[in-house]
Design a protein around this ligand. Structure first.
Ligand SMILES: *Cc1c(COP(=O)(O)O)cnc(C)c1O
Length: 398
């Protein structure tokens, strides 16, 4: 029997749950793109968007997904033939490195433990050895959505400053901006990017690149930047049409306006706290189940875990079986285990993920965990019973 009819929950790490307020804001006739309400609302929209990135710098909007923002950030700062250093703790950093190579840029990758974080001594040694300052930028992922580990940027900034190394610090914040604490200006990040469909709770299709004056200077020294990716016009809210290099993503902008209102009405600190507490409930359940069975969190150290996504291993083919059971029987879709298998089998059946980013609350998370516990039982997967109760205790303690 299926019990899946009713409101479904797409509990994957993006696209995330779209709030009704965002859907309602988008449900309207096409607006005028030349003047009136839509262009008029841009300055405040940009201001409130920058508040989510904790920056007073510039923001450019592209009609693209996160992959597009990878190219956008590079197109304005690093020319073909130049070199960057990628710090990799997972699949997304590796994909970003691959994308960077296809732009004709030379890439050195420092690989670190997927369930851990950067070894700062290795980062320092590598940058110190770069006496000619051949690295134009250091590329690092804030939360690698494949492993769900979270990396810090302030220590990277400290190393660059210490060594007087001029490389830009570029951060992929696509997974967790608006979920996990991120402070672009305070942490000394020069370029940061995100997409509309994760912490920003909108449908996929719009990408955001934040950049400071140092990065803007770098853009000016570039011999050539293609029109579409050039962020110069896009960061001028008075140049609405040019802003988008063509037609604006009209309805997305209305949705984004509603999403930013949700975030700032709750308060960004409170939004981060909500994600942290819900994540602790998830960890409590998973750690409990794992005491008598194969379930493991990919990131053993709580301090290194994202509050927006949780990656798990359970052994082949149980990950896939559990995902199917939860979707078919209970209306909850879990994320696939991305990039955690072998190179030949990167989406191995032994892994899965929970997305808990954006518009999620206690009842959704407890529902998710209750369903997973039911699934573990239904599929006879060994586990210690009572994980959902362990999560409930975290919520009770609020
Ligand atoms: C989702 C994600 C991306 C890719 O974003 P798309 O919108 O799917 O192109 C890149 N990096 C990270 C860390 C992500 O979570």
């Amino acid at each position: 029997m299926s019990l899946a009819n009713g409101r479904t929950y797409l509990a994957i790490p993006g696209p995330s749950v779209v709030p009704d307020a965002v859907l309602r804001a988008m449900h309207r006739a096409s607006p005028n793109i030349y003047d009136g309400e839509l262009p008029d609302m841009m300055p405040d929209l940009i201001r409130d968007l920058k508040r989510v990135a904790r920056t007073d710098c510039h923001a450019a909007i592209y009609i693209c997904n996160g992959h597009g923002t990878w190219e956008a950030s590079l197109a304005n700062t690093v020319a073909a033939g130049e070199k960057v250093l990628v710090l990799a703790t997972g699949f997304f950093a590796q994909r970003w490195a691959d994308t960077t190579r296809t732009c004709g840029i030379e890439v050195d990758v420092l690989e670190f433990d997927v369930g851990g974080t950067f070894d700062l001594d290795r980062v320092r040694d590598t940058l110190a050895a770069d006496k000619t300052h051949s690295y134009k930028a250091v590329l690092a992922v804030h939360v690698d959505t494949s492993s769900s580990n979270r990396n810090e940027f302030a220590p990277l900034r400290a190393i660059l400053d210490d060594l007087n190394h001029p490389a830009l610090l570029i951060a992929d914040c696509i997974a967790a901006m608006g979920c996990d604490r991120f402070e672009m200006d305070a942490w000394g990040v020069d370029v940061a990017m995100t997409g509309s469909q994760k912490g920003l709770m909108c449908p996929p299709g719009v990408g955001f690149v934040f950049f400071n004056d140092r990065a803007a200077e770098m853009r000016k020294s570039m011999k050539q930047v293609s029109t579409y990716w050039d962020w110069t016009q896009r960061a001028d809210p008075d140049a609405f049409y040019q802003y988008f290099g063509g037609t604006a993503p009209t309805h997305h902008l209305y949705g984004l306006r509603a999403a930013l209102d949700l975030i700032h009405d709750e308060g960004l600190e409170a939004v981060w706290d909500r994600h942290a507490t819900l994540a602790r409930a998830i960890w409590a359940a998973c750690e409990h189940w794992g005491q008598d069975g194969p379930l493991r969190l990919t990131v053993p150290d709580r301090a290194l875990r994202s509050h927006a996504v949780t990656a798990l291993s359970i052994g082949k083919p149980l990950g896939t079986q559990l995902r199917h059971w939860c979707a078919d029987t209970a209306g909850v879709t879990l994320g696939i285990g991305l990039g955690m298998g072998t190179p030949e089998d990167p989406q191995s059946d032994g892994f899965f993920r929970f997305g808990h980013m954006g518009h999620v609350n206690a009842h959704m998370i407890l529902g998710l965990l209750g369903v997973v516990e039911a699934g573990l039982g239904a599929l006879d997967i060994p586990h210690r019973a009572g994980g959902a109760s362990a999560a409930a205790k975290v919520i009770s303690g609020v």
